[in-house]
Design a protein around this ligand. Sequence first.
Ligand code: KG4
Ligand code: ZN
Length: 373
Amino acid sequence: MKILAVESSCDETAAAVIEGVGNFVGGEWSLPADFEAAGVKILSNVVVSQVDIFAAYGGVIPEVAARSHLEAILPVIQKALNDAHLTKDDIDCLAVTHTPGLLGSLLIGTLTMRALAILWEKPLYAVHHLKSHIYSNWLTEGASPSFPLVALVISGGHTQIIHMPGHNEFEIIGTTRDDAVGECFDKVAKILGLPYPGGPAIARAADEGEVKYRLPKPKVEGLDFSFSGLKTAVLRAVQGELGLPITTPSFELQKHLSEKQVADFAASFQKAAVEILLDKLEMALEAHPEARTVVFAGGVSANKVLREEAARRLLGGSEGHSTRGDLNVFFPEPKFSGDNAAMVGVAAYFEILAGVQPTDPYKLNIAPRTAIS
Ligand code: KG4
Ligand code: ZN
């Protein structure tokens, strides 16, 4: 079966065609007997990023993002079909991110796919963005994470620990009480005068720096996170290092910082953020000793230090799909850790296998915030 998927929840306009084991014939699915026989191939994957536009502003401007999606969406879909050497007639069903995300951004992708589903008379699957991030782990050739698993979802908008007893079953066991970890990378980058998006910029700067500054870990009970305190701790540490009063606005600081100081703050912050994430993940694994697998998901999962440190702490060795005891650890391939549509396609594929029904294209609505389901 071939699925045309679209993602437009934030500042990437993306379309992909993926092919899954199974067929759609005469309006009926003919699917693999079990999940073991399931699998997908990526036929095309097109991502048009707006980061260059927002680098100039230091962050996403929702109105501008929506307008950029409007310009890009049809050519991006056309390119996904062309790259796969397919026409609409070869496509069995459609999938689109309808929640959560920026309202205007979600509207463009969702409305476009509603229209195509009606005009082309194809089933349309509405997919939750965080589910897509989790399922990006199934895009790696040969990867098939086993259940029960614990997923650490770390993106620009979300920081959650999700327990999954099986495919398409989600139980949120930890969540941030304030900022998401990606948002914290972005805000700390701004304090340090590094460009948007802050995650990759901090990672690059940190490569040249030393972990020199001690930043406090937030005391949050259970499996929940808090990242706003860490951002403020960096702000205070920078003001302290520069001998400036705490009333100095954050945008005033960067011009006083040397390259070395920026690198050292980036390395110190990155280490603290990674430790906070992995401490809670280890607590989650203690609470769920039956979990056989850990999957990382979302833009922040591209972080190299996080990957190395996770391998060291969870596997006791090198990064990869090796095991320590019976624990398997999966990361999405870096090109699939940020927003893309191949992950929307694979998430829809596993929805279809789990018996989820297509949505009504005349009624599908968007929602800026909803829990994963
Ligand atoms: O998943 P994503 O592409 O979009 C959302 O759904 O939010 O995540 C974007 C976030 C941004 O905050 C960005 O700074 C962060 O992921 N990010 C990183 C890295 N690459 C992207 N954070 C840390 N290290 C990275 N290498
Ligand atoms: Zn995302």
